[in-house]
Design a protein. Structure first.
Length: 158
């Protein structure tokens, strides 16, 4: 059985974005493309209706490009358990109140027993300080937290 990966919206955005002149963004785009091409096959990958909703926003042509990339990736449901985990993450301050969607991504991945949550969101998800708090909060609920990581980190995992 392959490890399970939940692909959060930021990864899809970096994968499909026009090439950036910003060095950090450009590097993340290259790393994401490399992971998508060379590492994705080692995992069973998933998205969710939340990912679909987020990547559908903005410029219609760009949104369609993002949707096309994930059209064959299976969706995980937004279960009651996922919503409860997200609410608990916010109520404990593990994820800020204004970041309900970020908390729900974590909740979905956790409720489905996903091994890795792949993201470029370093503000509220893959953040050194927040990861510890997120993990503790999830464990308090009796779940095992997914490893919160970027494509760069996951490319070096196995």
């Amino acid at each position: 059985m392959k490890p399970l990966v939940y692909i959060e919206s930021s990864v899809i955005s970096y994968l499909t974005a026009r090439p950036s002149n910003d060095l950090v963004k450009s590097a993340r785009q290259a790393i994401t493309e490399e992971w998508w091409k060379n590492d994705r096959g080692r995992f069973d990958c998933f998205v969710s209706a939340l990912v679909e909703e987020e990547i559908s926003r903005g410029n219609p042509e760009a949104a369609q490009k993002r949707i096309d990339v994930i059209n064959k990736i299976e969706n995980l449901s937004i279960s009651t358990n996922a919503e409860e985990i997200a609410k608990f993450l916010i109520s404990t301050g593990a994820v800020p109140e204004n970041s309900e969607e970020d908390a729900l991504h974590i909740g979905i991945a956790t409720a489905h027993g996903v091994h890795f949550l792949l993201t470029w969101n370093f503000k509220h998800i893959n953040n050194a300080e927040k990861k510890t708090q997120i993990n503790r909060t999830i464990e308090e609920l009796g779940y095992i937290a997914p490893e919160l990581c970027s494509p760069e980190e996951l490319g070096a995992v196995l």
